[in-house]
Design a protein around this ligand. Structure first.
Ligand SMILES: [Zn+2]
Length: 183
């Protein structure tokens, strides 16, 4: 049987891959003078491996029992590389949660975070995530602090004599309304 010179195209117009020509059968058990010996190790599929044997051996480098020690060492080296300590993705368990009760705390924490990310103590992704959370926290704190400040001023105004308080109270009401509309 010969392979046709032209690839027949399927009815759908997609070129079908020409099947690889079947290799001529090689000596099945013993290597002949012209063909290199093939590894007879049974693979998972049950078929022999058929890779070229190591010089003077019966198996290829992957299956030669004499190389099992070297293969194990290689696997250990690969595992050591894989399991090598990587840059922390998270902080160690038991790391205290920072006290971020006010904007000043948050600003201090953020500037520390910058240094930790720069020094590679924290993975960049953790830095990004924490940065976003802290940013939300900072906005919330800023609103809480504004509300508290206004409340303090309102208390101070309430303590003023009525004639002095009147104008200030109107101004304060406008500030409070503006602050609440931003939330
Ligand atoms: Zn083999």
């Amino acid at each position: 049987m010969t392979t046709p010179a032209k690839r027949p195209s399927s009815p759908k117009g997609k070129a079908q891959p020409t099947p690889a020509p079947t290799p001529a059968p090689v000596a099945r058990t013993r290597a002949s003078a012209s063909t290199p010996a093939r590894c007879t190790h049974a693979t998972k599929t049950g078929r022999p491996c058929r890779a070229a044997v190591r010089p003077g051996g019966k198996f290829c480098a992957l299956h030669d029992p004499a190389l099992e020690g070297a293969r194990m060492a290689a696997r250990r080296r690969a595992a050591a590389t894989t399991n090598a300590p990587r840059r922390r993705r998270t902080l160690p368990a038991g790391t205290a949660t920072p006290d971020l009760g006010n904007s000043r705390d948050v600003v201090g924490y953020l500037s520390q975070l910058v240094g930790r990310v720069e020094r590679g103590e924290i993975d960049v992704r953790v830095g990004n995530c924490v940065g976003q959370i802290v940013n939300v926290l900072l906005r919330a704190l800023s609103q809480v602090e504004t509300v508290e400040r206004i409340a303090a001023i309102e208390r101070a105004v309430a303590a003023l004599p009525a004639d002095q308080a009147a104008g200030v109270a109107d101004e304060l009401a406008r500030v409070r309304a503006a602050s609440e509309s931003r939330q």
